[in-house]
Ligand binder design. Structure first.
Ligand SMILES: Nc1nc2c(ncn2[C@@H]2O[C@H](COP(=O)(O)OP(=O)(O)O)[C@@H](O)[C@H]2O)c(=O)[nH]1
Ligand SMILES: [Mg+2]
Length: 371
């Protein structure tokens, strides 16, 4: 009848999760003017970001080390509370040093991993610790209609080992449907050709159920998602919708025939939220941790190749096992302590019962004597 302590804790955690909702962190990266800010406001359905926050090139040049500041919003996704953290980044363009921009983004991602690493190795955990790891990065591609630029390829390639990169085409209404299809196709050819490990809604034909396989392959086929963003409402055939009005017609944000916005939104905030978080923790963070720890083991010499991949993997497993063992020990201690407390309470109860019985007996005797 006893559930092990660990599973009690896990059950409690799940219940708490549903009540408290979910936390998710999203980063947006891309060239200036690709519609990142507008996308964020469309996603949150409110003006959480000001346009040109980071994209004023002059200002960026005057301020070395533009700092990346995350903002948090509470959203309701079909009755489930989502605490969404948005990390906007400097847009790169002609006047901005792209390498500095890249360093800043990677620096931000790695800093969040370092914080977790430090917290995990503390003896006493900080109850107010916040996990700020980025679970997905939307990479905004300019709607040029040509192909990926060199900088797109380089950035996605360098960011993918640290974060789930999801490519999107910003301001997709700049292209005709035909141009968009061809552009998407060329982009995915490049992604494959350069072996860029983007997040491509992974599934396993042998392990996953049919629904998952179907859902994931549909989403994969949409890559890169075509985004139309707008913080305006327009009237189309008597309906008020979010969209953009042009002299020749209107494009609607939430119409799947016009844009992939809705499907991306529900993948991020609902269907694939957990998967993105799991990959971040189990794979991306774990790899970072292994790299970092093996660098430390080697006396900080990053170039030291004495640790091969196998050593690193087994070291990571060893660290995990060690950590598990410590956690089990702690749980056993707690279990023993609780058992001791129960025994003490039971003994206390027994002695109280006995005292009560004695008192009753004495009362009965006194009553007899009185009569
Ligand atoms: N046509 C079109 N224009 C857009 C779209 N999203 C944003 N814009 C416009 O593009 C410009 C740059 O948008 P912004 O969100 O500031 O881009 P950011 O520099 O990447 O943050 C603004 O004038 C927006 O109104 C879109 O989906 N389609
Ligand atoms: Mg912006």
């Amino acid at each position: 009848m006893h559930l092990p302590f660990s599973s009690i804790a896990r059950l409690g955690g799940r219940r708490k999760n549903l009540k408290k909702g979910f936390q998710f962190t999203l980063m947006v990266v891309g060239a200036s003017g690709t519609g990142r800010t507008t996308f964020v406001n469309t996603l949150c359905n409110s003006r959480v970001l000001q346009q040109q926050d980071y994209d004023n090139a002059e200002q960026a040049n005057n301020e070395p080390g533009i700092s990346i500041k995350p903002i948090s919003v509470e959203l309701d996704e079909d009755g489930v509370r989502i605490s969404l953290t948005i990390v906007d980044t400097p847009g790169f363009g002609d006047n901005i040093d792209n390498e500095r921009c890249f360093q800043e983004i990677v620096g931000y991602l790695e800093n969040q991993y370092d914080d977790i690493l430090a917290e995990e190795s503390r003896i006493k955990r900080n109850p107010r610790f916040r996990d700020n790891r980025v679970h997905a990065l939307l990479y905004f591609i300019s709607p040029t209609g040509h192909a990926l630029r060199e900088i797109d390829i380089e950035l996605m390639r360098r960011l993918s080992p640290r974060v789930n990169v999801i490519p999107v085409v910003g301001r997709a209404d700049s292209l005709t449907p035909q141009e968009l299809q061809e552009f998407k196709h060329r982009i995915m050819e490049d992604v494959e050709h350069y072996s860029i490990p983007i997040y491509n809604f992974p599934y396993d034909v042998e392990e996953d159920d049919e629904d998952t396989i179907e859902e994931n392959s549909e989403l994969r086929a949409l890559l890169p998602f075509a985004i139309i963003g707008s913080d305006e409402e327009i009237v189309v055939n008597g309906r008020t919708v979010r969209g953009r009005q042009y002299p020749w017609g209107a494009v609607e944000v939430d119409n799947p025939k016009h844009s992939d916005f809705g499907r991306l939104r529900s993948a991020l905030l609902s269907s694939h939220l957990q998967d993105l978080k799991e990959i971040t923790h189990d794979f991306l963070y774990e790899n970072y941790r292994t790299e970092k720890l093996s660098r430390t083991v080697n006396g900080g010499d990053a170039e030291d190749a004495s640790l091969n991949a196998e050593d690193m993997a087994s070291q990571s497993v060893r660290l995990k096992e060690e950590q598990l063992r410590k956690e089990e020990e702690k749980l056993r201690e707690i279990e023993l302590k609780v058992q001791r407390e129960i025994q003490e309470k039971r003994a206390e109860l027994l002695s109280k019962e006995e005292a009560l019985r004695n008192l009753e007996a004495r009362l009965a005797q006194a009553q007899l004597a009185d009569e």
